[in-house]
Structure formats: structure tokens, C-alpha cells
Design a protein. Structure first.
Length: 439
């Protein structure tokens, strides 16, 4: 191991860094800046995520977003606390996409007295982390920590399994499904729908709720297929795509993400399926390039924002991200992750301490100060369940340069055009959370 490589490994239990040293330069600089900031230790954020394995591309996209978010806070002096400003430091922990590894890394982060844990790519992993953190915080009240969730969207995490120590900054699956099924309700020509997903808690929840919502909104629709596949283990989706094509499905509704989505859309293209794709995540991570021209007008996605919102603030925000990460392969900015770091920084300042309980109370009911984000977002953290309330945007794939499609995705030549914007009040869903608050 070279001295440079050794210097980048923050702790022995931290997983190997998967990117090149040239790419990690800004991150190493951020750490050096934090270490040299006089007597004040940095505020460390532990990102526990799959940075190798089947979903490494999704993990690296998260890292770029969180790195940029922390850099933006640090550029304005960091987090203001009574003892002086503190910079944010993002610490990578590679879970390899495995829940047991994530639990071990959570312990490592807590042993290093890191008070803020960030994770999102897997609801099953998030549920395990919430349970472990609940037990830790009860057992060691002097070393409590918070869990900030940016993309684990199983609704149960802010309902039956909600926790005072957990905050979700992504719209959960029922919120996204409501937007997609509202679109299906309005498209009366669609009569045949195929449900397709990943076989774990999130995919199972999407399938159940999609059936319920379609029955309520479009009882005339026939569900011609309902299939789950092993998460992150399928390399050839052609057999699945052939079944979908043979079913005569007009729409495939899927919550798939990462390579499980990219390989699916590529297989559907290869078998010549004419089905439209109603997706949670079809607007990034290789999916537009994989489907190509066949996706124009046929791939829908739902998110809190996308680059072609069309206003000056949105354009400036996206331009700043692309200036920071000019390689098209490093595109896609997730606005919710920027909002998460901004809201955490403001909550720490309001609490005037790093104490987890005080910061959690400051986050409850907090409204995003969107000034640093160019006023492109509106979000409030609901106190009753710690679910962020924010707009959702339904968009459709089109060629770059078409009306409403100024920016493409990942240099693919294809971008997304807004179909409708759902305001926070309309996107909100009731909750069944009963928070147990610390004494």
C-alpha cells in the first residue's frame, strides 16, 4: 500500500475506496482542510453505502452529491457553533451492498464517535440500521447519533418502524406511486399493466401498494404480470423482458434502481417491447442511454426535481453541479441530498450543539432555507413521522434540444421534460408513526 493510499483510509474498519486517487483528491483536500481548521474538530458525517459490488455506481453517485453538499456548506465557513465554526467532513464506509457489513460499519462509525450516519440505497439495510441505532442510543445516551436517510423509501420506515433518531429526506414509495398511478388514471387507453420489481422489502411494498392504488383509481386495468427478481444478482433480463413483451403489457410499472433498472430497460429494448415504463428512477444511472430512442415519450420518472425545470435558479444550480463534476458520467444531481445536508447544518446551528437529541428536535418541523440552493426547492420536515414533505415532479424522456429539454442526462443525448408538478400538500400521505421520544 502506498503512503498516499494509506493516508486516505480514515479508519482500519473503513472499506477500501473504490475510486481513483485523482477523483478522490477533492475529498482528501476536504479532510485536510477540516483537520487544519485550528482547534475545532470537524463535524463528521458517516456515509454507509455500497461503493463496490452490483450497485457501486449508485453509491458513487450518492458520494458525489454528498461531497458537493458538504463542500458548499464549508465554502461559506462551515457550521456556526458557540465555540467557533466547524467544517463538515464526509467519511466513506463501503458496505459492499450487504446489510451485515453495514451494521459492522455503523458500529465502527459510532466507535469513532461520529454522530451523524447517512445511508439510503436499500430499505432492508436502512431498517436494520434504524433498529441497531435505536438500541445503541438507548444503551449509550452519552454517545447518541442520528440517521439521515436519503433514498430508502419503504413507507414502513416512517410508519410502523419509525424512530425519533431517523429522518427521511426522500419521498417514500407510496408518495411516488401515487404520482405514477395518478398519471395512469388519466391515460384511459392503458388497459394492461405489468408490475416488475426487486425481491426485497421495498420491491414487495411497491407491488402491494401498486395493486391497491390501481384497483382504486383504475379498476378496469388488467394486471397482466406481477413479478419480483433477486436484488442485484440478475445479469440477463432477457427472459423477463420476453415475458413482459408476450403479456401484451402497455405499461411496466417498476421501482427498480441501479443496474437492475439499466439492464431491464436494455433487455426490453432488445426484445422490441412497446411497453411504456413508469419508473421511480428511470432518469439517471445509465437508464436513458440504455433505452435510447425507444424511450422517447415512453419512459416516465418521478423525483423531487430534475434539471429541466426551466427556471433561472434551477439552471444555475445544475450548472454549478456540472462545473464541479464536468464528466458526463458523473451526472446526476439529487436535490434531496443537497437539501438534507443544508437542513442538517441549519439544525446544528439552531441547536447550538452536536448533541443528537437537540439536533433532532431542531430538525423536527424545520423548513428548508433554499437560498443556498438557488431557491429551487420547498421542503419541510414533518415532526410527526420525520418524513420530508416536498414537491414531486413527473417527467417524460425526450431528445435533448426538444422543447422543455435543455439538458440531457449523463451525455446520453436524452433528457426529461416536465409533465406535472405535485405540490407538497398534494404529495403528502398520512402516517401511522408513533414516535417514542427520549426522556
Amino acid at each position: 500500500m502506498t503512503p498516499t493510499r494509506r493516508a486516505l483510509l480514515i479508519a482500519p474498519l473503513m472499506a477500501p475506496l473504490t475510486a481513483s486517487l485523482a477523483w478522490l483528491g477533492p475529498w482528501a483536500s476536504q479532510r485536510a482542510q477540516a483537520q487544519n481548521d485550528g482547534p475545532h474538530e470537524p463535524v463528521r458525517l458517516a456515509m454507509v453505502e455500497g461503493l463496490s459490488g452490483a450497485f457501486a455506481n449508485a453509491g458513487e453517485a450518492v458520494f458525489r452529491n454528498l461531497l458537493w453538499a458538504t463542500e458548499r456548506v464549508n465554502q461559506r465557513g462551515g457550521v456556526r457553533l458557540p465555540g467557533g465554526p466547524r467544517l463538515l467532513e464526509l467519511v466513506r464506509f463501503d458496505s459492499k451492498g450487504q446489510t451485515e457489513e453495514a451494521l459492522s460499519l455503523l458500529k465502527a462509525a459510532l466507535d469513532q464517535r461520529i454522530g451523524f450516519v447517512l445511508q439510503g440505497n436499500s430499505s432492508a439495510t436502512a431498517a436494520a440500521l434504524i433498529d441497531a441505532l435505536d438500541k445503541h442510543n438507548q444503551r449509550e445516551p452519552q454517545r447518541r447519533a442520528l440517521f439521515l436517510n436519503y433514498s430508502a423509501v419503504d413507507p414502513v420506515l416512517t410508519n410502523e418502524r419509525c424512530s425519533f433518531w431517523h429522518f427521511r429526506f426522500d419521498a417514500h414509495a407510496d408518495m411516488r406511486l401515487a404520482a405514477l398511478t395518478d398519471a395512469l388514471r388519466d391515460e384511459r387507453d392503458v388497459q394492461r399493466v405489468y408490475l416488475f420489481g426487486q425481491d426485497y422489502s421495498f420491491g414487495q411494498q411497491v407491488a402491494r401498494t401498486a395493486r391497491e392504488m390501481l384497483a382504486a383509481k383504475r379498476p378496469d386495468v388488467v394486471i397482466v404480470g406481477d413479478e419480483l427478481h433477486p436484488l442485484g444478482r440478475v445479469k440477463d433480463f432477457l427472459p423477463y423482458a420476453s415475458k413482459i413483451a408476450a403479456s401484451g403489457a402497455q405499461v411496466v410499472l417498476t421501482g427498480n434502481w441501479g443496474n437492475d433498472l439499466t439492464l431491464l430497460v436494455r433487455a426490453l429494448r432488445d426484445v422490441g417491447s412497446n411497453a411504456r415504463l413508469f419508473t421511480f428512477y428511470g432518469n439517471a444511472l445509465g437508464a436513458p442511454a440504455a433505452v435510447g430512442d425507444a424511450g422517447v415519450g415512453r419512459v416516465l420518472a418521478v423525483a423531487e426535481w430534475h434539471p429541466n425545470m426551466g427556471d433561472a435558479g434551477s439552471d444555475a444550480f445544475y450548472a454549478a453541479f456540472r462545473q464541479r463534476f464536468p464528466d458526463p458520467r458523473d451526472d446526476y444531481v439529487h436535490l434531496r441530498m443537497q437539501a438534507m445536508v443544508e437542513m442538517l447544518a441549519r439544525a446544528i446551528e439552531r441547536a447550538a450543539t452536536l448533541d443528537a437529541t437537540a439536533v433532532a428536535l431542531a430538525l423536527e418541523g424545520a423548513r428548508l432555507d433554499a437560498g443556498p440552493l438557488g431557491m429551487v426547492h420547498d421542503a419541510t420536515m414533518r415532526a410527526g413521522d420525520h418524513q420530508l414533505q416536498q414537491p414531486l415532479v413527473l417527467s417524460v424522456m425526450d431528445r435533448a434540444g426538444a422543447p422543455g429539454v435543455k439538458h440531457d442526462v449523463e451525455g446520453s443525448g436524452f433528457g426529461f421534460r416536465t409533465l406535472r408538478r405535485i405540490e407538497p400538500a398534494a404529495a403528502a400521505q398520512p402516517h401511522r408513526c408513533r414516535l417514542i421520544r427520549p426522556a
